[in-house]
Design a protein around this ligand. Structure first.
Ligand SMILES: *[C@@H]1O[C@H](CO)[C@@H](O)[C@H](O)[C@H]1NC(C)=O
Ligand SMILES: *[C@@H]1O[C@H](CO)[C@@H](O)[C@H](O)[C@H]1NC(C)=O
Ligand SMILES: *[C@@H]1O[C@H](CO)[C@@H](O)[C@H](O)[C@H]1NC(C)=O
Ligand SMILES: *[C@@H]1O[C@H](CO)[C@@H](O)[C@H](O)[C@H]1NC(C)=O
Ligand SMILES: *[C@@H]1O[C@H](CO)[C@@H](O)[C@H](O)[C@H]1NC(C)=O
Ligand SMILES: *[C@@H]1O[C@H](CO)[C@@H](O)[C@H](O)[C@H]1NC(C)=O
Ligand SMILES: *[C@@H]1O[C@H](CO)[C@@H](O)[C@H](O)[C@H]1NC(C)=O
Ligand SMILES: *[C@@H]1O[C@H](CO)[C@@H](O)[C@H](O)[C@H]1NC(C)=O
Ligand SMILES: *[C@@H]1O[C@H](CO)[C@@H](O)[C@H](O)[C@H]1NC(C)=O
Ligand SMILES: *[C@@H]1O[C@H](CO)[C@@H](O)[C@H](O)[C@H]1NC(C)=O
Ligand SMILES: *[C@@H]1O[C@H](CO)[C@@H](O)[C@H](O)[C@H]1NC(C)=O
Ligand SMILES: *[C@@H]1O[C@H](CO)[C@@H](O)[C@H](O)[C@H]1NC(C)=O
Length: 505
């Protein structure tokens, strides 16, 4: 950010010996001069992202033959992506995301043209009204391509199996389109894929077993499609998986028993499907789990007490199932929990008073179950309202919770004083020692994970938005900068640079 404001005159781009022009995140407006490409004979990096440029992308841009990086994302460019864009043979990075660009044909002919660019590593068209279909020629793009983003582009039709030719892809983002048909089984060839984002399309068929061959997959996001059949048990082979979002589909199976082997998984969303069966005790294996959303399925049986062992869990949504039995006492061990939704099940018994100590719990919903007995009133329960408990006829508690008043509590037992002695002599010192041990442990944990932990707690929401937010511009631009840096080191006269280095304002 250089706080540059105003219209850009043609002269700014008429710098015949410059190699790098970076003007990202200013308030520059106006359109690019129609002959811009002719005035950039030496420029390798042109980065104008996050400004207010408008008008068309002049086709003369393809004359800037030294360009390796062209980043115009986050402006309001409109009109066509030039069909001759592939004349930029040295292009490695093309970023046109979040503009108002279209294609000259429904076969996205600019893509065929880009097949000429053998050094391409990243293509980003996210958030443009491209319309049209993905052509098979997409499989003729450079094998070196690592990132392909064609999301929120109103693309329809099937996903061409030829995409699987792009064997070096790390990230494929096709979410937010109108894609139909199945996931091509050839996707099993995308051996290096780390992120597959297909959410919010109209895709059908099963989640193919071939996806289980993607050893390096870290994020699999299939939310909001019409996928059906079973959740493949071979998913348990994907030991790299950290984020799995299969929600809002039509999966009908049980959760495969092998699934709980994925002990490094962080977020799990199977919500709004037609899953049946019970929850395995093995759920307790997912020790680092941050969020689990199994709501709106047809799961039954008891909630396994092993859930209490999920010390990192921040969000637990099991609402709208047919879960029964009691809330395990062990839930008081969910010390990181912020959101717990168990509403609309058949859960009975009383609410463990020990849950009062779940310090971070800020949203609790136990409504529409078969709970009974006293609603705890201490600790965090002081903050919950009637809305957290409604539809449980047999609960009792304070009048503001709109439940019946509790009967007078049971008479004290004669063991009271013995208990007191036990407490003072044994339990108290023990628990102090434990507290110290835990504090020390936690401290070292925090130091260990440092930055990473902060990042994770920021996107602790299980909603689709959480996934989508990953493509923030910051990320995109950070990627751009890293990329620029990698490519500049070692070239005469240019060290690594930052946008601030270009002090023009
Ligand atoms: C750009 O520079 C060339 C010569 O180097 C000059 O002829 C031309 O007028 C300049 N254009 C603008 C818009 O300044
Ligand atoms: C600009 O590019 C077009 C098409 O690639 C080409 O026909 C034209 O000769 C180029 N102009 C210059 C000045 O290089
Ligand atoms: C996008 O471009 C179309 C023409 O291609 C134009 O009609 C429309 O107003 C533009 N929208 C915005 C938000 O600039
Ligand atoms: C891909 O490239 C090859 C070789 O240039 C060509 O023969 C083929 O027609 C192209 N495929 C598509 C679908 O455009
Ligand atoms: C790309 O994929 C298509 C269809 O899957 C195949 O026919 C073609 O040979 C592949 N092209 C290359 C260059 O691998
Ligand atoms: C999953 O891994 C097991 C061994 O752990 C192997 O036998 C099985 O074939 C794998 N399944 C798939 C679909 O890769
Ligand atoms: C849930 O399971 C029960 C018992 O198997 C069945 O009667 C009911 O129709 C199922 N509900 C849905 C929405 O599938
Ligand atoms: C469960 O409760 C949380 C927090 O109030 C809420 O965000 C979520 O939408 C609820 N889940 C369902 C299925 O209603
Ligand atoms: C209740 O909520 C208030 C405001 O959100 C907060 O400051 C307070 O710490 C909460 N109390 C408990 C016991 O969680
Ligand atoms: C709990 O869920 C019910 C719907 O089942 C909803 O009406 C209520 O507002 C929710 N309570 C809270 C605290 O979000
Ligand atoms: C697609 O559009 C939706 C809705 O506007 C937005 O929330 C999401 O972040 C967009 N996806 C990407 C990858 O930008
Ligand atoms: C753009 O600049 C604003 C300050 O005006 C800053 O808050 C924002 O983080 C910057 N965005 C990027 C992607 O650098």
């Amino acid at each position: 950010m250089n706080n540059l404001v105003g219209m850009v005159s043609a002269t700014i781009f008429n710098m015949s010996t410059l190699k790098i022009i970076i003007l990202i995140n200013n308030s520059l407006s106006g359109s690019l001069p129609s002959r811009i490409g002719l005035s950039l004979p030496t420029v390798e990096h042109l980065n104008l992202a996050l400004n207010r440029f408008s008008g068309t992308i002049p086709s003369s841009i393809t004359n800037a033959s030294k360009l390796t990086l062209l980043e115009l994302g986050g402006n309001t460019f409109s009109g066509l992506i030039p069909d001759t864009i592939g004349n930029l043979r040295n292009l490695a990075w093309l970023g046109l995301a979040y503009n108002n660009l279209t294609s000259s044909t429904s076969k996205l002919s600019f893509l065929s043209s880009l097949a000429n660019c053998k050094k391409l590593r990243s293509l980003n068209f996210i958030g443009n009204p491209l319309d049209g279909f993905l052509p098979s020629s997409i499989g003729n793009l450079s094998k070196s391509l690592e990132t392909l983003g064609i999301a929120n582009c109103s693309i329809s039709g099937n996903i061409p199996p030829a995409i699987s030719n792009l064997s070096n892809l790390l990230t494929l983002v096709l979410e937010g389109n109108k894609l139909t048909g199945p996931i091509p089984t050839t996707f099993g060839r995308l051996q290096k894929l780390q992120g597959l984002f297909l959410a919010f399309n109209k895709l059908v068929g099963s989640c193919p077993d071939e996806l289980c061959h993607l050893d390096r997959l870290d994020k699999l996001v299939l939310l909001g499609n019409k996928f059906s059949g079973s959740i493949p048990s071979c998913l348990s082979n994907l030991t790299s998986l950290r984020f799995l979002y299969l929600g809002s589909n039509r999966f009908t199976s049980v959760i495969p028993s092998t699934f709980w082997r994925l002990k490094d998984i962080l977020f799990l969303d199977f919500s709004s499907n037609l899953l049946v069966g019970t929850l395995s005790f093995d759920i307790g294996n997912l020790k680092v789990l941050l969020g689990i959303n199994l709501s709106e399925n047809n799961l039954s049986g008891d909630m396994p007490a092993t859930i209490g062992g999920l010390k990192s869990l921040q969000i637990m949504d099991l609402a709208y199932n047919r879960l029964e039995g009691q809330i395990p006492e062990s839930f008081d061990d969910l010390t990181s929990l912020e959101v717990m939704n168990l509403s609309n099940n058949k859960i009975s018994g009383s609410i463990p008073k020990s849950m009062e100590k779940l310090f971070y719990l800020r949203e609790l919903n136990l409504s529409f179950n078969e709970l009974e007995g006293e609603i705890p009133s201490g600790g965090i329960f002081a903050n919950f309202t009637a809305e957290s408990f409604m539809g449980n006829e047999l609960l009792c508690g304070l009048p503001n919770l709109q439940v019946q008043p509790c009967k007078v509590s049971k008479p004290r037992t004669e063991h009271k004083s013995r208990k007191k002695i036990l407490l003072i002599v044994i339990i108290l010192p023990l628990s102090i020692a434990l507290t110290i041990a835990i504090t020390l442990h936690l401290k070292s944990k925090l130091i260990e994970c440092g930055k990473r932990c902060t990042v994770l707690s920021n996107d602790s929401v299980l909603s689709s938005q959480a996934t989508l937010r990953r493509f923030s511009y910051l990320e995109l631009l950070q990627a751009t900068d890293n990329f620029a840096e990698n490519n500049i080191i070692g070239r005469g006269g240019f060290g690594p640079f930052m946008e601030q280095d270009l002090k023009m304002g």
